[in-house]
Design a protein around this ligand. Structure first.
Ligand SMILES: O=C(O)[C@@H](COP(=O)(O)O)OP(=O)(O)O
Length: 293
């Protein structure tokens, strides 16, 4: 039996302030509306990436999963299998950590045949010139609040990447980006969360929603910020509240929607709730000068 508890964001000091307040309002709204769930969709951030250990902004750099990330992806698959879910299609970004998570999850579920569809529109937010930098060092040099704003604010765009950046050529010469529905020149050089939602929403509306409407159970294996953008859209999270939403790696989030694609209940992070809270704290701590023990 899964223990499913409503959560949005956990911050060791005040997590439960805005996060819980938001959840409470959402729960009250859902109770009042008496809307019936018609659709379910899973949104999840991939398993831990290799650069997480080094605390570097990874973004469009194609790092693999860490050993722990592989374990997380497999554990997600086991969790969904035990809960009896049968997936019909999985959407990923063009980045290996998102694709490998989908493969491992499907393998653990014994559902390897399920189609995996890749799109750059689910890529992680483009962190521009911040790519490759260490978050704790950035917090030391620019302050923790500035780093939090760069990481979590809705409409702040970091400085763009340019040709002098050590990862510029690796990203823009990569063959995968010649397969996109926009030219290489038009791919982002830096993005706010708002920009991510703007490039993701047409894909959600035009490609993913029609699948869900056909009755298919969809799982999105995305990234911390591409998933935050989608959750903001689906859950109607305000520009102010999204700052306090942090997603752990390798944790499926179940969203139930009515016939008009409005949420009927608060989103649910599935799995061991204490472990999920610890995982969220770990991600938040990455932006601090000193990490908590
Ligand atoms: O780009 C990255 O390093 C992380 C998010 O970083 P933060 O926004 O948490 O700093 O993305 P992901 O690991 O989900 O692909």
């Amino acid at each position: 039996m899964l223990s499913m508890v409503i959560q949005i964001s956990v911050n060791s000091h005040d997590c439960t302030t805005i996060g819980t307040d938001f959840v409470t309002r959402r729960a009250a709204a859902a109770r009042q509306s008496f809307r019936m769930s018609k659709y379910k969709v899973f949104v999840m951030r991939h398993g831990e990436g290799a650069w997480t250990k080094e605390n570097r902004f990874c973004s469009w750099v194609d790092q693999r999963l860490s050993e722990d990330g592989v374990k997380e992806a497999l554990a997600c698959g086991h969790l969904l299998k035990e809960a009896g879910y049968h997936l019909d299609v999985v959407f990923t970004s063009l980045l290996s950590r998102s694709i490998h998570t989908a493969w491992l999850l499907l393998e653990a579920m014994g559902q390897e045949w399920v189609p995996v569809v890749r799109t750059w529109r689910l890529n992680e937010r483009h962190y521009g010139a911040l790519i490759g930098l260490n978050r704790a060092e950035m917090a030391l040099n620019h302050g923790e609040e500035q780093v939090k704003q760069w990481r979590r604010s809705y409409d702040l765009t970091p400085p763009p990447i340019d040709e002098s950046h050590p990862y510029f050529l690796e990203i823009y010469n990569d063959r995968r980006y010649s397969t996109c529905d926009v030219s290489k020149e038009d791919l982002p050089k830096s993005e706010s969360l708002k920009d991510v939602l703007e490039r993701l929403q047409p894909y959600w509306d035009g490609t993913i929603v029609p699948e869900i409407k056909q009755g298919k159970l969809v799982l999105i294996s995305g990234h911390g910020n591409s998933c935050r953008a989608l959750l903001k859209h689906l859950e109607g999270i305000s520009d102010a509240d999204i700052v306090n939403v942090t997603l752990p790696t390798g944790t499926p989030i179940l969203i139930e929607l009515d016939e008009n694609f409005r949420p009927t209940k608060p989103m649910q992070l599935l799995g061991d709730q204490k472990a999920i809270q610890a995982a969220i704290r770990k991600v938040e701590d990455q932006g601090k000068v000193k990490q908590r023990a």
